[in-house]
Each structure stands twice: as C-alpha cells, then as structure tokens.
Design a protein around this ligand. Structure first.
Ligand SMILES: NC(=O)c1ccc[n+]([C@@H]2O[C@H](COP(=O)([O-])OP(=O)(O)OC[C@H]3O[C@@H](n4cnc5c(N)ncnc54)[C@H](OP(=O)(O)O)[C@@H]3O)[C@@H](O)[C@H]2O)c1
Length: 293
C-alpha cells in the first residue's frame, strides 16, 4: 500500500518513520507542518493524489492538553476539523483512514478498564475535540480504524519521561500525582501495532472499527516517575501528591485504564508490559543523550 503519514515529526509519526524500513511491502510518504496542514483540504488532496495514497495514518494532532483550555479554537481546528478533512479525502480516494485518539475521551469515573463501547464524557477541551474528531471520521470515512491510546512517550518530542529525566538530574525531590491511574505507552510499541494492523488489513475491505491500545499493566504517574528514576539511576526522591496539590488547567481522568482485548483478538497483537518498554526506551534515550554530549 502507499501510505500517507501525517504529523510525521511528532512522537508517534517519528516512531513509524523509524520502523518503516522494516515494513518493506508498503511505501510511506511522511508529512508534517508546514508542508502538509491537515486542516487544508487542498494540501491533503494534493499529497494523496500525487502519491497515489491507499491508506492514511493520522498522527497529527493538537496535543497541548492544558493550553487547549484557553486555545479551544485551535484544538478543535486540528483535532475535529483536520480529522474531517482527512476523512473526506479518504472517502473520495477510497482509502483506509487509521486515526489515533485518546483515553481522555473518558471521564475516569469507572472502576473497570474502559471498553470501546463505553460511553464517553471528556473532561476538557482536548478530550472533547478528539471525541468530535472521532465522530467526524465515523460519519465521513467509509473505511476507518480509530485507535485510542494513553500516556504516550518516546525518545522523540517532549513527554513525561523526558521531563522526569531532566528534572531527576536537576532536583533532589519531585512531587508527582498518585491519584491518576493509567497505562504508559511507548510510541514505538504503538507504531509497531499500527504497522501490524496495516499489514493485516485487507486491501479493498471496508473497516469501521474503534480499538483501545496501550502497553500492558497499570500504574499511577507517581509509580511511573519512580520507575523512571530507578531505571535511569537518578538519585531523586519522588514524593506522591494528590491532584489537588498539583493544579493544572485541564482536568484529567482519575482512571483511564483501557481494555485491550479487542485489538489483541482482532489483529493478533502481543503487547509488552509498560515497564519492559520503559526500560528499553530509557536505555535508548540515555544512549542518544550521551552520544550527543
Ligand atoms: N501524547 C500523549 O500522551 C497522547 C496520549 C493519548 C493519545 N494521544 C494521541 O496520539 C496521537 C499522536 O500523539 P503524539 O504524542 O505523537 O503527538 P505530537 O508529538 O504532539 O505530534 C503531533 C504532530 O502533529 C503536528 N501537527 C499539529 N497540527 C497539525 C496540522 N494542522 N497539520 C499537520 N500536522 C500537525 C505537530 O506539529 P507541531 O509540533 O509543529 O505542532 C506534531 O508534529 C495524537 O492523535 C494524540 O492525540 C497522545
């Protein structure tokens, strides 16, 4: 398949780029701002037409969760309207649209892992804009696979792991919330999952599916931070605090664990435990940092 990857210089897009030479049976075309703005139908149509695109993987998003609260227009423009532009193009050219969404479509009031069919109730602008993007895709793109993920990190871009590694070197102690529970996900694992799905997707078949994908296991941001410090050998004490002691502009779900049975069953995926992937990614990040210094 000829595959267009949008938002290709973000965390997930970069990981797909890194893995793409191994996916030899596909030809990938990577685009990000400024050369391809997903909110611009003409740019999207042109990129698809000149590269005879058969599938689109949308990694582009407005991901600044707190900023979205005061910049709602920009968040909706990319996460809802941009998704609709890609869906309309996919519909016109008969392409499969693989779109990434988020655990923040849920309000976190559940006590069991969220299934794909559970009712959504996003708490903030980011989650709402991503949910509306999902809905546009379901309405417009005849063939789509929506994958909700959570707590993404990577050696590329800015994320919690890289922030902890920096602060762990700078500080003796650090406060991290313990009352938000979820599943950290290596963007590299998600990239592998996306490529496996593309490998197994049947050309010409119409998909209308939503899945949950996160790395296996569950923890709080506090547990995650403790593991990062231990794995990186950093002498920084992480102190547990609750969310009221760490106010942020956007409210986050307290529980955003997702049930991944469907994605494993449908596509035969084996998902690594978050701690195994974290160890591998920290080793990679530290190696890159030391070779750059
Ligand atoms: N990060 C997380 O913890 C997390 C958790 C759950 C779900 N997700 C979802 O997973 C997906 C991938 O996330 P990520 O962490 O890889 O995101 P990311 O690192 O923020 O990358 C997003 C990319 O999209 C680009 N972009 C923004 N607006 C665009 C536009 N109008 N047209 C084209 N490209 C545009 C960004 O460019 P600029 O940097 O120049 O803006 C960036 O390169 C997203 O759908 C996100 O909502 C992320």
């Amino acid at each position: 398949m000829n595959i267009l990857v949008t938002g290709s210089r973000g965390q997930l897009g970069s990981e797909i780029h890194e893995l793409s030479p191994k996916a030899g049976k596909h030809r990938f075309f990577f685009f990000d701002l400024p050369e391809l703005d997903i909110t611009d139908p003409a740019q999207v149509e042109k990129a698809c037409a000149i590269n005879s695109i058969q599938a689109i993987v949308n990694c582009a998003a407005y991901t600044a969760v707190d900023r979205a609260e005061t910049d709602a227009e920009a968040a909706y423009r990319v996460n809802r309207d941009g998704a609709a532009v890609l869906a309309a193009c996919a519909a016109r050219i008969n392409a499969l649209l693989v779109h990434i969404s988020t655990d923040y479509v849920f309000d976190g009031k559940a006590s069991l892992p969220y299934r794909e069919s559970d009712p959504v109730n996003p708490l903030g602008v980011y989650g709402k804009s991503k949910w509306e993007g999902e809905e546009r895709i379901r309405e417009i793109a005849p063939s789509h696979i929506i994958i909700r993920t959570s707590w993404l990190y990577s050696g590329y871009g800015a994320n919690f792991v890289k922030t902890m590694l920096r602060l762990g070197r700078e500080r003796d102690t650090l406060n991290v919330v313990f009352d938000q529970i979820g599943s950290p996900t290596s963007a590299s694992d998600l990239a592998e999952a996306v490529l496996s799905i593309l490998d197994r997707a049947e050309t010409g078949k119409r998909y209308s599916m939503t899945f949950h994908y996160a790395d296996e296991g569950v923890c709080s941001w506090y547990d995650f931070a403790v593991s990062i410090m231990e794995m990186a050998g950093l002498d920084c004490t992480v102190l547990p605090v609750d969310s009221t002691q760490y106010p942020q502009a956007a409210q986050r779900p307290h529980f955003s664990v997702m049930d991944k049975s469907a994605v494993k069953r449908e596509w035969g995926l084996r998902i690594p435990h978050w701690s195994v992937s974290l160890a591998r990614q920290i080793e990679k990040i530290l190696k890159t940092t030391s070779s750059n210094s």
